[in-house]
Design a protein around this ligand. Structure first.
Ligand code: ZN
Length: 116
């Protein structure tokens, strides 16, 4: 299950960011996962609950947001929604995936002491 290694990498990244901001705790972690990211949201959540123990995310809520699958024409830049023919209606150029495969740390809410 690669969700566990993804969560480990996420937690490392979060801790790194939290430390650089002198945060004492993390309140909320928001992650964006597109439907084409190849990540099982439930597994990601479960992995998070297990892996966060002992980290700054020990009490942090995990919020998973999604994104739409979007294709784009490489020639004219027109946006082509998934479900249509994956070619530009204007140019006939094959569409390129422009959204839906995201897996990124979108937002971090940190507890930072007022005077450091
Ligand atoms: Zn086009």
């Amino acid at each position: 299950m690669h969700e566990y290694s993804l969560v480990q990498a996420l937690l490392e990244r979060v801790e790194e960011t939290a430390r650089s901001h002198h945060a004492t705790a993390v309140h909320r972690v928001t992650v964006r996962i597109g439907p084409l990211a190849g990540v099982e949201r439930d597994l990601f959540h479960t992995a998070y609950q297990i892996c966060r123990a002992g980290t700054l995310c020990g009490a942090a809520e995990l919020v998973i947001t999604g994104e739409d699958v979007v294709w784009r024409c490489e020639a004219c830049g027109a946006e082509i929604r998934a479900g249509n023919v994956l070619a530009c209606p204007t140019c006939g150029w094959p569409a390129r995936l422009a959204g839906g495969d995201a897996l990124l740390l979108e937002r971090l809410e940190l507890e930072v002491p007022s005077h450091v």
